[in-house]
Ligand binder design. Structure first.
Ligand code: NI
Length: 174
């Protein structure tokens, strides 16, 4: 397993739409394992393949609490098939936008069709943190970031900050 470098805002790769995974083979499973290792190392509770520069519809999640056993979940070609009218608000963050957090309102419950790491079609109905996490990560597969759900004023501020940071990182490399 490999820890992969993370793609950060404002890299345009994050705005790319990911392609469906056509076949779940060992290569796809190895990618899922790399994503899990990268997510745990960060540490984070969710990671989409595109955040490591790979435009495939694959994401990993572990919403277990600190005092609980690890609960790695792999979602291939996930699609939201139902969302509740009821909404909930969570303070979200993103491994591609380090150290920035903002409250986002989303449907409180979602049903998601997906393919598991054995290539089997599955369906999950999630609420609470897992529902938010699934929606945040599925957004990534469509080139959408959680800052797209906050006010334009706040979003512009974050993008400006990360654009400056990226420039200073590039200068340091010279
Ligand atoms: Ni994210």
């Amino acid at each position: 397993m490999t820890i992969k470098p993370l793609v950060l805002l404002p890299d345009p790769v994050l705005r790319q739409k990911s392609d469906p995974v056509e076949r779940v083979d060992d290569e796809v499973r190895a990618l899922a394992d790399d994503l899990l290792e990268t997510m745990y190392d960060a540490p984070g509770i969710g990671l989409a393949a595109i955040q490591t520069g790979i435009p495939r519809r694959l994401l990993v999640i572990d919403c277990s609490k600190e005092d609980e056993d690890k609960a790695p979940m792999v979602f291939i070609n996930p699609a939201i098939v139902e969302s509740s009218d009821e909404r909930s608000v969570y303070e979200e963050g993103c491994l591609s936008i380090p150290d920035y957090y903002a409250e986002v309102e989303r449907p409180a419950e979602v049903t998601v069709d997906y393919v598991d790491r054995d290539g089997k079609a599955q369906q999950i109905t999630a609420e609470g943190l897992l529902a938010t996490c699934l929606q945040h990560e599925i957004d990534h597969l469509n080139g959408v970031l959680f800052i797209d759900h906050i006010s334009k004023l706040k979003r512009d501020m974050v993008v400006r900050k990360f654009t400056k940071l990226a420039k200073s990182r590039n200068l340091e490399r010279l």
